[in-house]
Design a protein around this ligand. Sequence first.
Ligand SMILES: [Zn+2]
Length: 121
Amino acid sequence: MFCSYCGKELAPHAVVCTGCGAASPSAPSAPGTVPAAPAAGPQTRSRLGAGLLGIFLGSLGVHRFYLGFTGIGLAQLLLTVLSPLTCGLTWLIAAAWGFIEGILVLVGVIDRDAQGELLRD
Ligand SMILES: [Zn+2]
């Protein structure tokens, strides 16, 4: 085993490197040096944010991606991508679809994200 800082060979059960003083990889972490666990609080999504995204960017499915409904978002995005082939007809469908969903989010008909978490106000 070698020190990861200076490369000096370490004794099998060395706690610190004799070359540079760095803690050996095999040494148990001292109390207080354990990396903090990532914050596990629920990441609730904003109802206003999702609603406005739907109204203004609904044809791109942005509000659906924001809420975690990736499949529906991709479908809406695809309709917009295909619009040059349909004289804009599919864009109109996607835009109306997203706009209506944006309204539904704002009035609370759609009130949960893809993880089933209630949207925050
Ligand atoms: Zn070292």
